[in-house]
Design a protein. Structure first.
Length: 42
């Protein structure tokens, strides 16, 4: 689900800073998705 939203953003050049920020964005999206699904189940 979050992959579709992430692909809407333009692809940045693979510099070290952008790679770290993209990885951080992925981790935040995954944790937010897990948190929302867990709270919905409970």
């Amino acid at each position: 689900m979050y992959r579709k939203q992430a692909q809407k953003f333009p692809r940045l050049p693979p510099t070290r800073q952008n790679c770290y920020s993209l990885l951080l964005y992925d981790v935040a999206s995954v944790t937010y998705y897990i948190y929302t699904t867990a709270s919905a189940n409970f």
